[in-house]
Write a protein that binds this ligand. Structure first.
Ligand SMILES: *Cc1c(COP(=O)(O)O)cnc(C)c1O
Length: 394
């Protein structure tokens, strides 16, 4: 649809700005408009049309122009051939799982993943659809290899993992997957394509919650699956047309607008999170800090090998204090907001308590309660000042 072509030889920022945008044919405006329409005009004889076809301009659940423009941009930024955008990150994850898996299949997934992955695979698919699941610490390559079975269809990893920042070696797991005829999907939400491009490291599918860094402004939800056209065609048909997790044209447009500044925002997120992780590491009131950019992070070497130029804006840490002190610390913050989500312009913190049902899957230091901290774009000194004054006042 784009008349101007932007090759992948162009830089990341140039593509973030230009791909998917073009001059509007009707008005000559240099921004493509939001097309809030559910339906598109049919041809003279529509009886030959396939009502389930995906991509064409028929009905917005089959494919609309704003989602199409966003797909072009995201495919380019992830270094992929094709992209399907959906209503949320979870719509992308469930759409992928529903279109790939059938009864009798086996799936391996990371012990640290977004909660909905755990619920979908380990509760819904496992209990209702007879899909076998194995939860594996995928930072351990030998454990991944040992978990493969003849019926294994998919390995799903998240790296860095939410909320422990555990890093898994994408290249090594892709090799294990492919030598066993297994597909690999990677949830890239915490890194964003600015810092890590799983498809270039051998993954078959890259998943993004667009709600987070890609939109970046905390005002729209979306999700994407990026990969080869041949693998994505059945996913688009099932996830978008038949399961119906379609993104609204308005949200696709908002995300298209947000992603333009992704490289500039990520540079700042990377820099501030690194400085704040180093600051926290040196405070006697901090029990531990997890950030892939720190030398002592368990998988720092793998992070350096597969993430560049930075390690993202999310870190986790715990206080040398009891449960209630963690709540009082948050109550005293004046700039950092207590709320879920991550990758917004503003800093967000969430206290994950000792009663979290998945703690047994996390490394030991996470068992006593901890914060997941999404470092925002405020001045770094102001964020550090806020953390310092909050600890001083408890
Ligand atoms: C938030 C998140 C998701 C889910 O995305 P939604 O847009 O909230 O549905 C998936 N994976 C990771 C790593 C996330 O942080």
């Amino acid at each position: 649809m784009s008349k101007r072509q932007y090759g992948n030889d162009l830089g990341f920022s140039t593509r973030a700005i230009h791909v998917g945008n073009d001059v509007d044919d009707e008005t000559g405006s240099i921004r493509r408009p939001i097309t809030m329409a559910n339906s598109y005009q049919l041809p003279y004889d529509p009886t030959e049309l396939n009502w389930s076809s995906a991509g064409g301009m028929l009905y917005t659940r089959n494919g609309g122009c704003n989602q199409h423009y966003l797909q072009q941009k995201l495919a380019s930024l992830e270094g992929g051939e094709d992209c399907v955008v959906l209503a949320s990150g979870v719509a992308a994850l469930s759409g992928l799982f529903f279109s790939l898996l059938k009864s009798g299949d086996h799936v391996i997934f990371s012990s640290v993943t977004y909660i909905a992955v755990y619920r979908l695979l380990n509760e819904l698919f496992n209990n209702k659809f007879n899909v076998a699941t194995t939860i594996v610490d995928t930072s351990d390559i030998n454990a991944v290899r040992a978990a493969i079975r003849p019926e294994t269809k998919l390995i799903h990893i998240e790296t860095p993992g939410n909320p422990t920042l555990t890093v898994s070696d994408i290249r090594a797991i892709a090799e294990i997957a492919h030598s066993n005829n297994v597909l690999l999907s990677v949830d890239n939400t915490l890194a964003s394509p600015f810092n890590q491009r799983p498809l270039e490291l051998g993954a078959d599918f890259c998943i993004e919650s667009l709600t987070k860094y890609i939109n970046g402004h905390g005002d729209a939800m979306g999700g994407a699956i990026i990969g080869a056209t041949k693998l994505l065609e059945p996913v688009r048909l099932q996830a978008q047309v038949n399961l119906g997790g379609t993104i609204s044209p308005f949200n696709a447009w908002l995300i298209m607008r947000g992603v333009v500044t992704l490289p500039f925002r990520m540079k700042q997120h990377n820099e501030s999170a690194m400085r704040i992780a180093e600051f926290l590491e040196n405070q006697h009131w901090v029990r531990f800090v997890a950030y892939p950019g720190l030398q002592h992070h368990r998988q720092h070497g793998i992070a350096v090998a597969q993430m560049s130029p930075g390690f993202g804006g999310v870190l986790s840490f715990g206080l040398n204090a009891d449960h209630d002190a963690h709540n009082r610390f948050i109550a005293n913050l004046k700039i950092v907001t207590s709320a879920v989500s991550l990758g917004h312009d503003e800093s967000l913190i969430v206290f994950i308590g000792e009663n979290d049902e998945r703690q047994y899957l996390y490394p030991k230091e996470f068992h006593n309660g901890f914060f997941r901290f999404s470092v925002g774009l405020e001045d770094t000194d102001d964020i550090i000042g806020d953390l310092q004054q909050a600890i001083n006042s408890i």
